[in-house]
Ligand binder design. Structure first.
Ligand SMILES: C[S@@+](CC[C@H](N)C(=O)[O-])C[C@H]1O[C@@H](n2cnc3c(N)ncnc32)[C@H](O)[C@@H]1O
Length: 241
């Protein structure tokens, strides 16, 4: 496993993730009642199994999506995990070693939008719960488009707000009260888990985000809402057909 650092300006979001890195996984599992394993597994199962792949996992964090992808898809011969927070990547590095995946993984510490990787490098680009945290989702999507090979696919997993009014009501109660309360108790970081709920509420709805993907150049855009629509997988392809 190679590790490269292109970290120039860890922004405030990156610094926040660096602070909560030691408790990030535990809190994820507690706050999602363990459903985060299922969500990442669903995305990992959507990767093409028929050919050898080079993939890039953006905002890889502590590596749970990257690991699910590698374990479910032996045809991934090379994976790059990129994240702006070195502390999150330090947790990821340990897990990659524990799962014996070091031969297939390189980690890069960098901002998504200043990664310095060449055009058309990857068959698949994934991003789990990351695009909401970048300052400009459209810019990130165009960067993903640039990094994908012709014919490649993007798979994005992100929170969304259920469209059914009753589900939305209970979900907002959970987001506004339960998440910041439990998050603060376990992490001791009031800002981080207040930020989590506000960033989810401010993020695009499914239709808006699909349109943004099309605007960035992706075709065959599909959405797969999971768990009553509280998260969604977005898939799109880079094709000139
Ligand atoms: C909610 S975590 C998701 C981690 C992982 N993908 C998962 O499924 O658990 C979001 C990650 O995005 C990273 N991040 C935020 N802004 C970023 C940026 N501009 N460039 C690269 N990574 C960024 C954070 O450091 C953090 O690790």
């Amino acid at each position: 496993m190679n590790s490269v650092s292109r970290q120039s300006s860890d922004n405030s979001v990156g610094q926040m993730f660096s602070r909560i890195a030691p408790v990030y996984d535990k809190l994820n599992h507690i706050l999602s009642f363990g459903m985060d394993f299922f969500w990442r597994g669903r995305l990992a199962g959507m990767v093409d199994k028929k050919k050898q792949l080079q993939i890039l996992d953006l905002a890889a964090g502590t590596g749970d999506l990257l690991i699910a992808l590698l374990r479910k898809n032996p045809n991934i011969i090379e994976a790059v995990g990129l994240d702006i927070s070195e502390n999150m990547l330090a947790v990821c590095r340990k897990k990659i070693t524990r799962y014996n995946l070091t031969e297939r993984v390189n980690l890069i510490c960098s901002d998504v939008n200043a990664c310095g990787l060449s055009d058309n490098m990857f068959d698949v680009v994934t991003m789990g719960f990351g695009i909401r945290n970048t300052p400009d989702s459209f810019k990130t999507l165009t960067e993903i488009f640039r990094l994908l090979k012709e014919g490649g696919s993007v798979l994005i997993l992100e929170f969304s707000i259920p469209s059914n009014w009753m589900l939305r009501f209970f979900y907002l109660l959970y987001l506004r009260f339960y998440v910041p309360f439990i998050g603060r108790i376990i992490s001791g970081d009031k800002e981080a888990y207040g930020y989590l709920n506000s960033s989810i509420e401010k993020f695009y709805n499914r239709e808006e985000f699909s349109s943004l993907m099309r605007e960035a150049g992706f075709q065959n855009v599909i959405t797969l809402p999971l768990t009553f629509g509280i998260v969604c997988i977005y898939k799109g392809s880079k094709t000139n057909m």
